[in-house]
Design a protein around this ligand. Structure first.
Ligand SMILES: Nc1nc2c(ncn2[C@@H]2O[C@H](COP(=O)(O)OP(=O)(O)OP(=O)(O)O)[C@@H](O)[C@H]2O)c(=O)[nH]1
Ligand SMILES: [Mg+2]
Length: 316
């Protein structure tokens, strides 16, 4: 396992949320056999309401819900013997909060992405966020660890509209996870609340919360059976991802060094040429002076008449 200090260095050099990934994985190893299921999604998409429904805590809500941004930090509750639910704040443009939310997700085993179908398809922020999660999990275990839940189906009246929206959303998910199989559910937590309050079994079934609860329990059981192997797989994937990032960084730096060397050499070469030009000019001036001296000497030797010498010097 990479130490926190090394993970920080890796984050500083290569970014990509490496610090959150390494720290999340360490906590997961430390948590032993416990499986954490975290939710994620936009503000007010119904994450906390969904978790209350899964817990069956409707009258006496375990997680606070509300129409305005409500959940401010991670909050854990026991779902079964070895499963915890982790309620998280909604995603947002605030980078520091998103980094903290991302760390919580990387610390979890199973992630439930909730999306409010009343808002249509995934918007840009949701799309990018899911992509970041998919990259963080890695394609090898994405099918084991990601569950997509479309909520608020009570707000869609027409079956044909629902089908169209379903197709669009599933196409987006498939694009994000490069065609991997992702469990997909459609629920109405609100309907579940009403059903429980009224003791209406049909409405409870129509909320499709029991279906999700069963699916989640089954998924967690499967995940739990091979927990150690899955975590080791995660560790080895994160190792190779970190290694690749460092290697490509090194190649980049090597390229930069040779580009700089080349620039320095070129500059040096052009300066060298300039100085050689100057040297040649002085050299030829020197030659000129020598040849003139030579001529003077000849005149001087051939005539003892100083006057004539002087005249000739001026003639040269
Ligand atoms: N119609 C309808 N409303 C819902 C449903 N689920 C949640 N809501 C409502 O949506 C609002 C937000 O619900 P929360 O569960 O607090 O949403 P959240 O995603 O936890 O929000 P933050 O914690 O602020 O990110 C509440 O007023 C809920 O009553 C649903 O399935 N149908
Ligand atoms: Mg909430």
């Amino acid at each position: 396992m990479l130490s926190k200090k090394d993970a920080e260095t890796l984050e500083r050099l290569a970014g990509s949320g490496f610090l959150q990934k390494w720290e999340g994985l360490r906590r997961k190893f430390d948590s032993g056999e416990k499986i954490t299921v975290a939710n994620t999604g936009q503000y007010s998409s119904g994450k906390s309401t969904l978790f209350n429904a899964l817990l069956g805590r409707v009258d006496n809500e375990r997680f606070q819900t509300g129409a305005i941004p409500t959940t401010k930090s991670g909050d854990r509750e026991r779902f079964s013997d070895n499963i915890d639910l982790m309620d998280t704040p909604g995603i947002d443009a605030n980078l520091a909060d998103d980094a903290e939310a991302f760390r919580m997700l990387m610390e979890s085993d199973i992630i439930i992405m909730t999306h409010n179908v009343k808002t249509g398809m995934l918007n840009r922020a949701e799309y990018d966020w899911l992509k970041k999660i998919a990259d963080g999990i890695g394609s090898e275990s994405i099918s084991d660890r990601l569950i997509f839940v479309s909520t608020w189906i009570d707000e869609i009246q027409e079956e044909s509209d629902q089908q169209k929206l379903r197709d669009e959303i599933q196409r987006q998910i498939s694009e994000i996870v490069s065609g991997k199989q992702i469990a997909y559910y459609e629920v109405s937590a609100k309907r579940y609340y009403t059903a429980v309050k009224k003791g209406n079994a049909n409405l409870e079934r129509a909320s499709r919360i029991p279906e999700l609860r069963e699916g989640l329990t089954g998924r967690a059981k499967l995940y739990g059976a091979s927990l150690q192997a899955l975590r080791k797989k995660e560790l080895s994937m994160l190792c190779s991802e970190s290694w690749d990032a460092l290697r490509s960084l090194r190649n980049e730096k090597d390229g930069e060094i040779s580009r700089r060397k080349k620039r320095i050499r070129e500059r040096h070469d052009s300066e060298f040429e300039t100085w050689r030009g100057i040297k040649n000019r002085f050299e030829s001036m020197r030659q000129n002076v020598f040849s003139k001296l030579h001529t003077i000497r000849q005149h001087f030797d051939s005539s003892s008449d100083y006057q004539s010498y002087e005249r000739r010097v001026y003639d040269i």
